[in-house]
Design a protein around this ligand. Structure first.
Ligand SMILES: [Zn+2]
Length: 398
């Protein structure tokens, strides 16, 4: 993806939001149809059948006809892809699109070539039913078959061209690095570097708490509630921006400096799932404490550190050079003599081997173990049949 910030005029923003609304409406309708379907009704309508139904709907409803057909058809294609991903087991069930949260649509075909450079800093793209919209030229515009227009929760518009940039070349030194991901430090490298993913500052966090309390007291549907919600969204967006920036810079840096990158094979989605309720054997129907809030706090820590994102981006940038290592016992094994005992871990931060006396930062010790570790790869190859209309996908590293 090659993303540019777009600056539509206020009138264009209204028109763009309307198109986003159409795409969302079509997606949700397709989702409703898909989830209401029963085996008794025969095969589920596919993309072609849904397109036919869309044409019928456009003939009946003027407001739908006022929107772009490409936008609405691509929403169906996106949904089709989402269903395929779900059945392939790579993605979760498609979810409802919500106003203010999922604002965006996709354009394919001849329109994608309608981009003109205005000057050194600005370019414009012609969008169906909207006209020429300006965007900031922060890099060269790539040659893409499709692009996506999105509006984030802070109301910033972006245009993203679907192209895969070439992977970062390996340095060729044969150097191997282990990356251990933690909660107190975001990532420890086997070279001894400790990297921390920036989040919100203490002041920003306090403000977020304050705003969340205020939101809870606002009347639903009120103007004040919407204002508070916007302020909260702004803080969340700021945290996400900082996290993304860190993930991108760190992954590029690591991909540039090392030939082989070993990471722990962790299932972030499984790890961050809520704990099972514990039923009380004495009183049926009642439950014992299961430390759910504590787990929620840890989950926030894991997700806020961008664990999954870092590895995903590393796999994109250093294709075929990322190896996943079984993380069992890496924290309690000595990286010098190999002695493995729970007593080695003096505290959360300090590692001291009971056999040889080797002392190190606990995360760095684990990272060294990971760097030396055996790779266990259990990844599927990408499916062979790919539609030409489909956005290019990153090949996952083996
Ligand atoms: Zn030792």
């Amino acid at each position: 993806m090659s993303r540019f910030r777009m600056y539509p005029t206020p009138a264009q923003q209204i028109a763009l939001l309307e198109q986003c609304g159409h795409a969302r409406y079509v997606w949700n309708l397709a989702l409703e149809q898909w989830s209401m379907w029963t085996p008794a009704k025969g095969p589920t309508p596919g993309f072609a059948e849904q397109c036919r139904q869309l044409t019928e709907a456009r003939a009946v409803f003027g407001w739908l006809r006022a929107g772009s057909q490409t936008v609405q058809q691509q929403a169906l294609r996106d949904f089709d892809q989402a269903v395929k991903n779900f059945y392939a087991g790579t993605h979760r069930r498609p979810t409802w699109r919500k106003a203010g949260l999922h604002e965006g649509f996709r354009i394919v075909g001849a329109q994608t070539s309608r981009v003109v450079k205005l000057n050194r800093k600005w370019a414009a793209v012609k969008l169906p039913k909207i006209g020429w919209v300006r965007f900031r030229l922060s890099r060269a515009v790539p040659d893409a078959k499709s692009y996506r227009i999105t509006c984030d929760r802070m109301g910033r518009w972006h245009i993203a061209f679907a192209v895969i940039p070439p992977p970062v070349p390996a340095p060729g030194t044969g150097e191997v690095v282990g990356v251990d991901r933690g909660v107190t430090v975001s990532a420890a490298l086997s070279t001894g570097e400790l990297l921390t993913c920036p989040g919100l500052t203490d002041r920003e966090q306090a403000r977020l708490k304050h705003l969340q309390r205020r939101l809870a007291r606002c009347r639903p549907g009120s103007k004040r509630r919407r204002r508070v919600q916007a302020a909260i969204a702004k803080l969340h967006a700021r945290a996400a921006d900082r996290r993304r920036d860190w993930v991108e810079k760190t992954s590029t840096d690591v991909a540039r400096r090392f030939d082989v990158i070993r990471v722990e094979d962790l299932r972030v989605a499984q790890m961050t799932r809520r704990p099972k309720p514990k039923s009380d054997p004495q009183r049926p129907g009642r439950y014992l404490p299961n430390r759910r809030r504590a787990k929620a706090g840890l989950n926030r820590g894991i997700l806020a550190n961008g664990w999954g994102d870092l590895v995903t981006r590393l796999e994109h940038k250093a294709t075929g050079r990322v190896e996943k290592v079984n993380p069992a016992y890496t924290p309690q094994t000595c990286s010098v003599c190999g002695h493995c005992a729970p007593g080695n871990r003096e505290s959360q931060a300090v590692f001291r081997c009971v056999a040889c006396g080797h002392q190190a930062n606990a995360d760095v010790n684990a990272a060294v173990n990971i760097a030396a570790g055996r790779a266990v790869s259990a990844r599927r190859e990408t499916p062979p049949r790919v539609s030409p209309k489909r956005e290019p996908q990153h090949a996952t590293s083996a």
